[in-house]
Design a protein around this ligand. Structure first.
Ligand SMILES: [Ca+2]
Ligand SMILES: [Ca+2]
Ligand SMILES: [Ca+2]
Length: 264
């Protein structure tokens, strides 16, 4: 009787591990192209200033102060067959709204991740296309609800920054995918999000209406950045094969049958 109970517990523990893969941490090695600037009223901009900006910042991971914009990593956790939890780590999360810069949405590629090999050249016009947008309901709050949508390219909002005070110029990273403005599309998943201003994290929890395996392929890419585009993170993780859990259970069933035969 005791041995039978122990076996049941063993099955339950193994099953739980199979259904919940270990979270994958994506460190920020992605840079992104198109440093740019916006001039305030009356600013005197030298000729070829955009060339100068790109020469100076084209290789910079962060445009602006690291303690305001640095995105360090993203943790992707696939739970069961259709639940996704993404945790983004950035110094931005304790200064949301400053200078008019707000949170961005999460973009997902369900057919792999193929950025430009030299990511200093990657912008919306090249690299990976994003199939799903996970869109927040409020970009200047600390928590709320979210919806996932199949991306319609025209509804992607590109990075921007508000003009600075008269006579000044402000730098940012242009032409990055930052938000998704759904225009009547049906949601394909929902959930919630929360910012922790002490841990400096944004956590997005999404339950999709379909299983991962029915939505896309074996590798999914992820992209996130605040609205000014100052530090973009991209990366990828493998989607567990749907057969893994079923096969494990079949194997355990066979083991149990052998045990019953031995103990009979
Ligand atoms: Ca894609
Ligand atoms: Ca791109
Ligand atoms: Ca980056």
């Amino acid at each position: 009787m005791k041995r039978g109970l122990a076996f049941v517990c063993w099955v339950i523990i193994l099953s739980a591990q199979a259904a919940n893969a270990v979270p994958v941490t994506i460190n920020d090695t992605f840079i992104g192209g198109r440093p740019n600037f916006v001039a305030g009223a009356g600013a005197v901009i030298p000729p070829n200033y955009l060339d100068t900006v790109r020469a100076n910042y084209g290789s910079s991971d962060i445009i602006g102060h690291a303690d305001s914009f640095d995105v360090t990593s993203m943790s992707v956790d696939l739970i069961g067959s259709n639940t996704l939890s993404v945790v983004i780590h950035s110094t931005f999360f304790d200064n949301i709204g400053e200078l008019g810069i707000g949170l961005g949405d999460l973009f997902i590629s369900t057919d792999g991740w193929n950025p430009v090999a030299d990511t200093t050249q990657d912008y919306i016009g090249n690299g990976e296309d994003w199939e799903i947008a996970v869109s927040l309901d409020n970009y200047n709050a600390l928590a709320g609800n979210l919806n996932a949508y199949n991306v319609v390219a025209n509804n992607i909002v590109q990075s921007w920054v508000d003009p600075p005070a008269p006579g000044l110029a402000r730098l940012y990273r242009g032409e990055q995918e930052v938000r998704y403005a759904a225009n009547g599309e049906q949601s394909i998943g929902g959930g919630n999000w929360v910012v922790d201003t002490v841990a400096n994290t944004l956590t997005l929890n999404v339950v999709f209406g379909q299983d991962f395996a029915d939505i896309g392929g074996a590798v999914w890419g992820f992209h996130w950045v605040m609205t000014c585009g100052n530090d973009v993170i991209e990366g990828a993780t493998s989607i567990p094969e749907p057969g893994t859990f079923a096969l494990l259970l079949a194997g355990l069933g066979a083991a149990a049958a052998r045990r019953r035969r031995r103990t009979a």
